[in-house]
Design a protein around this ligand. Sequence first.
Ligand code: HAM
Length: 425
Amino acid sequence: MIKLVRGFKDILPADTALWQHVEGVVRELLEDFGFAELRIPVLEQTELFARSIGAGTDIVEKEMYTFTDRGGASLSLRPEATASVVRAYVEHRMYAKDPVCKLYTIGPMFRRERPQRGRYRQFHQINAEIFGLHDPRTDAELILLLMTFFGRLELGSVALHINSLGCPECRPRFKDALKLFLAGRPEEFCSDCLRRKDENPLRLFDCKVPDCKEAMQEAPSILDDLCEACSTHFDDVKRSLDRFQIPYQINNRLVRGLDYYTRTTFEVLGESLGAQDAVAGGGRYDGLVKALGGPNEPGVGFAVGVDRLMELLAGRAQDFEKRPHIFVAAIGETAQDMAFEWVQGLRLQGVRTEMDFENRSLKSQMRRADKLGASYVVIVGDRELDEGVAIFRDMATKEQEQVVLQEVVGTAVDRIRTSTVGGES
Ligand code: HAM
């Protein structure tokens, strides 16, 4: 038997109803917040990721699925979406029509990390990006959107962490302070960290080696080195969050694993997720559009890890399962032909309907209706045909009634509409 590729997974029908629900909730919310959907390819030039995420990051150095195309180009499966969204914003000159652009995209990403709980090699993200706005309220608006989304899903315990990474003016000061700190204790770090410490010392905060993590506990805080403009920006973001009573923790270790961030960064942690506890992350990236050949427009965004979100929603899949409204149990050739027409008529009117074409016994058809979780069963056999009626059985109350054959479809539609008023069933 040929099996799944390690770190990849199937999302089975028992779970897809919940995925669709989550996507439905987020699409509606994103559209209320003024976002339009952008669909981007899963494959890009490798250089796009090297230039945006950073050649010295774990993602680009170790985790991309990169191959040489038959034409000789180096291509990579996208490890994240922001780089592609920026590429599209620049390539299609979206800024020329209106520099302010709010885009969202939903889809699979690929990172060749070591698979474990909450970490897959193909995973799914919901991405939201805003271009063209400097105001710190934009950063807060995105966080508000994220927390509203989690609220609508009635997600249990999540914690919002925020930080500021400064800007090209003040970050070099922090990098110097960090280099000084690292220079004094080289023996405490792994070879990867030692290699990166001069070029990009911020990346040492991402190292997963326990000794390095421990040593970085004592590293200086970036918040001590912010310039006045970055400091004010961060205060304003916090003030907006306070205004909407969004609880947050300031986490000066939150540098995120991608090089493009400036100023605000944030993550949402799911308390029950274990080691891979970030369910969403994002931040501002004011230099990225320009670095990828566009105008000097700022950007800010986030991505939700849908697979981890699903883990937080585990056990809720059943609530969204689409069971048949009606199961038609027809016995005998004539009844089956008539039932087939009812089924088509009902489906055209949006009633989820099933029937068994195999002409099995009534008992076995009832068993199947029960297994599928149908709300009502319409029973019709030779006797009913003679009498000109079908039997309507409410599977919850077990009550039965007779309905004349010509009114079966209309009655079924009415029943379902009445029972679903005020909510999906
Ligand atoms: P990221 O923190 O690398 O950010 O990923 C965002 C989320 O994707 C994580 O919080 C996590 O939930 C999920 N995730 C990442 N890797 C995996 C994995 N291997 N398996 C399962 N889930 C995973 C970004 O990707 C940025 N592009 C976010 C962003 C958008 N920043 C600005 N705009």
